[in-house]
Design a binder for this molecule. Structure first.
Ligand code: ADP
Ligand SMILES: Cc1ncc(COP(=O)(O)OP(=O)(O)O)c(N)n1
Length: 273
């Protein structure tokens, strides 16, 4: 019997279970990977928004990473909310050691602001995130995050997304998956660019307000699928198709009174009768 892939999320906690480490672990499990997690921050958060952030001390993030990596063989890393520059630096130091050859599966979701508008990254940490980009194989910003990293206005159409994704590659990661969920229209369009590759991923826009954690879920899914398939565009495309299924089933969960979670186990749980 082959052993399952082991995936690590380095991210913040969302008590409502829709985003952050909770979404990542559900995604890993739903896709047949064993999930491990290093916490960078606690948030007080629900489907209605974030009321507080309590950052984990950087030295303790380093201790979690060192203790885990000394024991467990990790096949893929997904990085989400890092909250503060000191934590970003600790994660960079960990990757320098864990990924000496720069060939391992490392996906960086440069989380800055929740959909509710609440900040999840200190303003002075954006430069540190920029410096972390070369340590990732794939970076997965949404439109406002890409604009912030490039210090230019957000892309307003697919051509501008492709151009920005290429400029983001110039900051150091070989692959960029630029998410267009914030663009209005009947489709949800993302782009994936890499060495000699520029693909537009078009999916149907699902009519639901339950989109909490879509970015976290997508990046975790890509990490697992890239480790399994060994192909970034194929992993991005399969992850998007799976996320669309999770969005289609989101209304059945009915968790919370705001923007609720997507249904990570839409392929596994029987329909409620
Ligand atoms: N209503 C929707 N229907 C289908 N896909 C969506 C919808 N909203 C977002 N997505 C997809 O979810 C992923 C995350 O999108 P986005 O909202 O841009 O990022 P973030 O959650 O980080 O802000 C992307 O693949 C995007 O295309
Ligand atoms: C703890 C934590 N991490 C990340 C996010 C952001 O989640 P994301 O998937 O980018 O999208 P929204 O949840 O903002 O829709 C978060 N909220 N909490």
């Amino acid at each position: 019997m082959t052993r399952p892939l082991v995936a690590l999320t380095i991210a913040g906690s969302d008590p409502s279970g829709g985003a952050g480490v909770q979404a990542d672990l559900k995604t890993f499990s739903a896709l047949g990977a064993y999930g491990t997690a290093v916490l960078t921050a606690l948030t007080a958060q629900s489907t209605r928004g974030v009321t507080g952030v309590h950052a984990v001390p950087a030295a303790f993030v380093a201790e979690q990473l060192a203790t885990l990596a000394a024991d467990v063989r990790i096949d893929a890393v997904k990085i989400g909310m890092l909250a503060r520059a000191e934590v970003v630096d600790v994660v960079g130091a960990f990757l320098r050691d864990w990924d000496r050859d720069g060939e391992r599966v490392v996906v960086l979701d440069p989380v800055m602001v929740a959909t509710s508008g609440d900040p999840l990254l200190a303003d002075d940490a954006v430069a540190a995130i920029r410096a972390l980009l070369p340590r990732a194989r794939l970076v997965t910003p949404n439109l406002p995050e890409a604009a912030r990293l490039l210090d230019e206005p957000a892309a307003a159409d697919v051509d501008a997304m492709l151009a920005q994704a290429e400029r983001l590659r110039g900051l150091g990661s070989a692959w960029v998956l630029l998410k267009g969920g914030h663009l209005a229209g009947p489709s949800a369009v993302d782009v994936v660019v890499g060495p000699g590759v520029a693909e537009v991923l078009t999916g149907p826009r699902v009519a639901t307000r339950h989109t909490h954690g879509t970015g976290c879920t997508l990046s975790s899914a890509v990490a697992v699928l890239a480790a399994r398939l060994g192909d970034w565009p194929a992993a991005a495309s399969a992850a998007k198709a799976w996320l669309t299924g999770a969005l289609r089933a989101a209304d059945t969960l009915a968790v919370g009174g705001g923007s609720g979670p997507v249904h990570h186990f839409h392929e596994l749980w029987p329909a409620e009768g």
